[in-house]
Each structure stands twice: as C-alpha cells, then as structure tokens.
Design a protein around this ligand. Structure first.
Ligand code: ATP
Length: 343
C-alpha cells in the first residue's frame, strides 16, 4: 500500500511505525480487528507484528506471556493490546512491570449521549508498578496477605508525570487520591511527595481527597475533576467508575507509558459474557489507537481518528447495542473508517 502523500520513496515524510499487536482473549480479538481496520484507513503506514498472550495461549502452552512477545514489544515503537481474561496478572500486569510502564493514563471523556452525567472530561493518572499490585501475595496459616508498596521514587515520577501532563495539555488542576488517614505510612508518603511535587508547579492548582470521598464526588460533581493522580488499585477502581459515568467500559481507552515503551489498551477486559457475538463496542480500542498516535507524535492523525469516531457515536445510527444501536463491532468500525478516509 502506498503512502497517503503519494510520495513513497520520493521525498515522503511519513514514517512506517513498527507496532506489536497482542489481540489476547475474548472481545480483545474482536475490538483489535475493528481498531486495525480503522487505523488502516488513516494516512499512516504501520508494520504490524502479531504476538501471543493470554488465557487461550496459556491453555495451549502453559505460558501466558511468552518471552518472544515481551521482546517484540521492546523492539517495536508501540504496542496495541486487546484484552486477556484470567491471566491478566501474568500478562498485562507483568508487561507493565517488565517494561517499567509506570504510567497508566486513562482519559474519562463523555462522547455522544451515552453518559448520564453531562459533559465530563478528566484524566486518571494511575501509578502502574507498585501499590497493592506489587505481586507480593502469599498464603498464611490464617488466610493470605498482600504487600502494598509505596516508594518515594515511584511516587515522585508519577506525580511529576501528572503535573507535566496537566501543563502540556492545558489542564489546570491535579488532585491526589489516597487513604492516608488509614494507610498512614504508604499513603502518607504518597500525599507528602504529591505536595512536594506540587510546589514545582505553582501555575497548576493542587488538592487531595480520600478515595472513598472521591468515589462519591465522581458521581455528584464529576466536572470538578481535571487530572487525578493515584495509586495502582485505587486508579483501577476509579477508572471503571469513570467508565460508568461516561456510558460504559466500551468507551474508555488507556495508555501504559514508560521511558522506552508504550502499550495501548482498552480499560475493559475480555468480557466473556459477550465474546464471540460480534457486539462489543470497539470505541475503547479505537480511542486507544488515538492515544498511540499522540504518543508516536502524530497528533493531527489522532484528532482525525477521534473525530471520525465521535461523529459515528453522535449520529447514533451505526453503533453497537451498548450505545443504543444494533450494529456489530465491525459494522461500527467500517463506518468510522469510512468517515476517516474522507477527512
Ligand atoms: P476483567 O476481569 O478482564 O476486567 P470482566 O468480565 O470482569 O473481565 P470486563 O471484561 O471489563 O470485565 O467486562 C465488564 C462488563 O462490561 C461486562 O458485562 C462486559 O460485557 C461489559 N463490557 C466490557 N467491554 C465492553 C465493550 N467493549 N462493549 C460492550 N460491553 C463491554
């Protein structure tokens, strides 16, 4: 396929990006096929390497995340990840740690009429490598224990990212979410480092809330939030709440970002209840490609993909059932691709 500018090999300024694609399990495969269909209608060339991971692969081989997949992600410029089921801890959580993808960026934005909370637009910046997902869990005589880890260095870099992100994207406030009144040491450090970081950004407002109060504020006054920075488990839970606020898990993308790699995935999982029916909403996966395009330094193309998707959702004619329509995953993706090719 030639480049959109028609100048391949003759002064063409577009890159061909090397992308690792991990479809995974269940609807991961379906939304990935849909998102790639949309990307292929963009003006950018991609060189895809398909890689294995997840429950199905583990059933066949006994390994959920093979080393070849980790190596492929390391060698590529970005990775698109669909979803995995029960093996999530052995796949995506492991990938985040192996590649030190310390930021999990989850924009919560209302599109169309799917949400019931008006215009919502905030971003959750979740620490991705430690907290209660540190992977240190063990059985005891009485039951089991899990280790909650907070290091000053990991907290500093996630808080730095949150304030930098706010500054770069024209946002004005960063809110730390924690439970420092109970988790006095781990979240005590989180809060302390957050306010140390805030001092470096006097043009950005900063405040903090307990996680339980935040869970309520998100549904009583979601417009008050701009950038939320929080630890691993709290960020995971609050982003699913965010999904509910804007109309469901089918709409929420995410980016796992480190200093060397980026892995882009929908917030939703493999959704075994609807897998194989071709009815999953592809928006979260398509919006994850938007985040990938921004990461690759292609903001114009990112805006075009987003615009094509938003127009499709706003028209409401060729959308999946969770958005009030009756179209299949691929029919919706084909409509987005059609609109994109005209932009
Ligand atoms: P996991 O533990 O991997 O997160 P899960 O089944 O607990 O898996 P999800 O897969 O995220 O969680 O699904 C939660 C609910 O949201 C399910 O009812 C599912 O059908 C619905 N859902 C998730 N993703 C989509 C989507 N893209 N389109 C429509 N519905 C979705």
């Amino acid at each position: 396929m030639g480049c959109c500018c028609g100048n391949n090999g003759n002064g063409c300024t577009h890159n061909t990006y090397k992308i690792t694609v991990i479809p995974g399990d269940g609807i991961g495969k379906e939304v990935m096929e849909a998102a790639l269909h949309v990307l292929n209608a963009s003006g950018i060339e991609f060189d895809y390497t398909f890689a294995d991971a997840g429950d199905e692969y583990a059933e066949k081989t006994g390994v959920a995340l093979p080393q070849e997949t980790i190596d492929a992600v390391k060698k590529s410029q970005a990775c698109l990840f669909g979803a995995v089921g029960e093996s999530a801890a052995d796949v995506i959580v492991k990938l985040r740690k192996e590649l030190d993808l310390y930021v999990n960026l989850r924009p919560v934005h209302s599109y169309g009429k799917a949400g019931k909370f008006g215009d919502v637009d905030f971003v959750i910046v979740r620490e991705n490598t430690e907290g209660l997902y540190s992977g240190h869990e063990e059985y005891t005589d009485e039951g089991a224990t899990a280790l909650r880890i907070t290091t000053r260095s990991a907290t500093r870099r996630i808080c730095d990212f949150a304030f930098d992100y706010a500054k770069k994207t024209g946002r004005s406030k960063v809110t730390a979410v924690h439970k420092a009144n109970v988790l006095k040491k781990t979240d005590g450090i989180f809060k302390e480092v957050f306010y140390q970081t805030a001092e470096k950004y006097d043009d950005i407002e900063s405040n903090d809330f307990y996680v339980d109060a935040t869970a309520m504020y998100l549904v009583t006054r979601p417009q008050d939030f701009d950038v939320i920075v929080t630890s691993n488990l709290f960020g995971d839970i609050l982003s699913d709440e965010g999904a509910g606020i804007v109309g469901g898990l089918g709409l929420l993308p995410s980016a796992n970002i480190g200093d060397k790699n980026g892995v882009f995935e929908p917030v939703h999982g493999s959704a075994p209840d609807i897998a194989g029916k071709g009815i999953a909403n592809p928006s979260a996966m398509i919006l994850s490609t938007v985040l990938m395009l921004e990461y690759l330094g292609e903001p114009d193309e990112a805006r075009k993909v987003e615009k094509a998707l938003v127009e499709t959702i706003d028209e409401g004619k060729i959308v999946t059932s969770d958005l009030g329509g009756s179209s299949s995953t691929m029919e919706m993706a084909e409509e987005v691709a059609r609109k994109l090719s005209k932009l």
